[in-house]
Design a protein around this ligand. Structure first.
Ligand code: C2E
Ligand code: MG
Ligand code: MG
Ligand code: MG
Length: 287
């Protein structure tokens, strides 16, 4: 009998669940091939200035086009890649693609690339990132690296790496901010430029109340620490309006654009209004 774990979480036993480990191992082996045989595709989700709706950057989001399984989500294969070590190759592939692509788009946007915990612990990371920037000739101020709070497993390794990347002119963002457990004191010591407000808080902005209070707190915290904020997962004009009212200037989400294939992203940056007209931003009246 499946047990109710909470209002929304019902544990359902599906056939094949027990094969999960064997399945992961098989995927792990396939992953070795994925990079070399060109099965990884990088999508780009535009990040926009909330007041004008104009794109200012894009987040690189990887997909695996598996020959037998079809499109595999990064949520399913990044954890496996971390365990097997394939993440090094996957990560560098995404980084290099992203650095090349962003230079072909109009308006000098930046590109934001996700880094996993294991990459951050890799002593060769800083050198590899610099090599990619040199090879692609991307100015470092057009690269943002996103890490999660929990990715800083060992700060004796992670902090110097982040410092070195930043000294080189690359910006660092904390992804899914608010879902980890960093203390404020710890956060204030982190060499970070941007806090990305997690989608779960943005989703709450429609109902005002707790979600709004947390988002407001994150935005003031960022201001105090001399960081900026980017909101993720904006789906409604009401959320966008509330974020602006609270002082967040940049965001991304289905309201503006889904993650786009490189060609579509190029079109988007050339003619944003033709691909997806941003909704008129009525300046929110005071509450
Ligand atoms: P993330 O970095 O927090 O990326 C945001 C996720 O939210 C993406 O899912 C994106 O498609 C989705 N999203 C964007 N706008 C909306 C929206 O309006 N509503 C909703 N419901 N979702 C939205 P995706 O592409 O499936 O990626 C999932 C996660 O996988 C990412 O979360 C990131 O942690 C990881 N990931 C993706 N690409 C890479 C990569 O190249 N390297 C590493 N290390 N991790 C990656
Ligand atoms: Mg991210
Ligand atoms: Mg995120
Ligand atoms: Mg997220």
């Amino acid at each position: 009998q499946a047990k109710r774990a909470g209002t929304h979480d019902v544990v359902v036993y599906q056939p094949g669940m027990l094969d999960r480990r064997a399945d992961d191992a098989a995927l792990g082996e396939d992953l070795e091939e994925a990079v070399s045989s060109g099965q990884l595709r990088v999508l780009y989700q535009p990040m926009v200035d909330l007041s004008s709706g104009r794109p200012v950057g894009a987040e690189a989001l990887v997909r695996w086009h598996h020959p037998l399984r079809g499109i595999v989500s990064p949520l399913d294969f990044i954890p496996i890649a971390e365990r097997t070590g394939a993440i090094t190759g996957v990560g560098l592939y995404v980084l290099e693609q992203a650095c090349r692509m962003v230079q072909t788009w109009a308006g000098h946007p930046y590109v934001s690339v996700n880094l996993s915990a294991r990459q951050l612990q890799d002593p060769t990371l800083v050198g590899s990132v610099r090599t990619v920037l040199d090879r692609t000739a991307l100015p470092p101020d057009r690269l943002v690296l996103e890490i999660t709070e929990s990715a800083i497993v060992d700060d004796r390794v992670a902090l110097p790496a982040l410092e070195a990347l930043r000294a080189h002119g690359i910006r660092i963002a904390i992804d899914d901010f608010g879902t980890g457990y960093s203390s404020l004191q710890y956060l204030s010591r982190l060499p970070v430029d941007i806090l990305k407000i997690d989608r779960s808080f943005v989703a709450e902005l429609d109902n005002t109340g707790r979600g709004s209070a947390i988002t407001e707190a994150v935005i003031s915290l960022a201001r105090i620490l001399d960081m900026t904020t980017v909101a993720e997962g904006i789906e409604t004009p009401a959320q966008a309006a509330e974020l602006q009212r609270l002082g967040c200037r940049t965001g991304q989400g289905y309201l503006y654009a889904k993650p786009l294939a490189a060609d579509d992203a190029e079109q988007y940056f050339t003619h944003p209004q033709r691909v997806l007209l941003p909704p008129p931003m009525t300046s929110p009246s005071s509450k």
